[in-house]
Design a protein around this ligand. Sequence first.
Ligand code: SAM
Length: 222
Amino acid sequence: TASGPEQWVAVDERLAVFAREDAVLAAARTSTEVTRPGIEVSRQMGRMLHILAAATGARRVLELGMLAGYSTIWLARAVGPSGRVVSIELDRDNAAVARRHLEDAGVSAWVDIHCGPAADVTARMVATGVEPFDLVFIDADKANLATYVERALELARPGALVIVDNVVRGGRILDPGDDEQVRGVVRALGALQGDDRVQVSITQTVGEKGWDGFAVIRKVAP
Ligand code: SAM
């Protein structure tokens, strides 16, 4: 069989039944009111975040980068009303769109939105000593990824998961050139390589989002 972007998309369509969305999730995923429509996680990635949060019994989830709140809804539904999702978004307008989707999804009561640069917001959280998180999902700009991973590890309890999207970038991590986003991913991967606080698995993906990949990081030691 032929293999290429068209087939990847067709296969994703066939498999979408496993990541079934209600109207609110579909509206968040396809929102055009945000700064960069279409850069949310794939449906399968949303479903996987939901499953990982539920399977690990996560109560406190931290998210970096909300866009229209698509991944936030998946995570918030996994932790339920007795849990908490703390979500950071740089852009005020995106945060407002996300807030509306969270309200429509009925999960806004247990989601806190912090509007501002993730590096600053997470630095404040480290300084004030917030209650540790059980799962962190990193999906903001990639130029600062190494900082975000470090902050996530500081803010996560031992045993927690840190999930990072877009760490393969169409294979460009092998030759990043002067692309600051890809270079940011390469710096983060380099730092993780020598870090004995963590176990790391990185899976390449193809599909409706092209060729990319995600990292699952488990914090095993403080
Ligand atoms: N996680 C979202 C989802 O799957 O539905 C998609 C997030 S989108 C890939 C990245 C988001 O990160 C954008 O909304 C962007 O405004 C935000 N962002 C970019 N730089 C940021 C920063 N320095 N701090 C916080 N958020 C940032």
